[in-house]
Design a protein around this ligand. Structure first.
Ligand SMILES: CC(C)(COP(=O)(O)OP(=O)(O)OC[C@H]1O[C@@H](n2cnc3c(N)ncnc32)[C@H](O)[C@@H]1OP(=O)(O)O)[C@@H](O)C(=O)NCCC(=O)NCCS
Length: 168
């Protein structure tokens, strides 16, 4: 679990796909049902949630999913922070947690398909765009990627698997 010094008493923790679905629908696909917000990789993905408060005041305000791609890469998918909680550092906390978890898995890169408006956000974490923008549905996206680990050093073997994504 990663804790941040946020005034919202925010922490990032592993959550279930069932917990992700309402956020995905509200933030990303308000016209779909929750069930239609699933993606095929969900059963093997690691889902991270940003939670504010504690006890009965606990509230899930953001989520993302880390999906293994091939033997040594991970794709970040379905990144969503509730609109009233955006621009308060919650996405940053989730992104840092995602990078740490992916590095810990031994994966050699993290990629994602960025909505055009989110490109400056991802650039802040060292992700670079590749190729030309493309359409997913009616929305323009750009493939972005960062090689891992972020700091070079010997002795880090690759042991990526859905299970290893859940460690740490
Ligand atoms: C993209 C998204 C996940 C980012 O989450 P977030 O919680 O808003 O992210 P942060 O608050 O950490 O950072 C967002 C911006 O607010 C700024 N910010 C962070 N804390 C801030 C604060 N206290 N006051 C003012 N601005 C702040 C950051 O500098 C950042 O600027 P940048 O976009 O130029 O990099 C979120 O905006 C979202 O869900 N958007 C809609 C869905 C979407 O586009 N998902 C991504 C699909 S690829």
């Amino acid at each position: 679990m990663i804790r941040t010094p946020s005034p919202l008493a925010l922490h990032v923790e592993e959550i279930t796909i069932e917990a992700c679905l309402p956020l995905r629908r509200v933030v990303l696909w308000p016209d779909l049902t929750e069930d239609a917000c699933r993606v095929p990789e969900d059963p093997v993905a690691l889902h991270l949630g940003a939670v504010t408060g504690a006890g009965h005041g606990k509230r899930l305000v953001g989520c993302l999913s880390l999906c293994p791609v091939g033997a040594n890469a991970v794709q970040l998918r379905k990144f969503a922070v509730l609109s009233e909680f955006q621009k308060q550092g919650i996405g940053t906390a989730l992104m840092e947690a995602a990078l740490l978890r992916t590095e810990a898995s031994g994966a050699r890169s993290l990629c994602l398909d960025a909505r055009i408006g989110a490109i400056p956000f991802y650039r802040r974490f060292g992700l670079n765009g590749s190729g030309a923008p493309f359409l997913k549905g009616s929305m323009e996206h750009l493939r972005m990627e960062i090689p891992l680990p972020r700091e070079t050093g010997p002795g880090r073997g690759c042991r990526l698997s859905p299970a290893s994504l859940g460690e740490g």
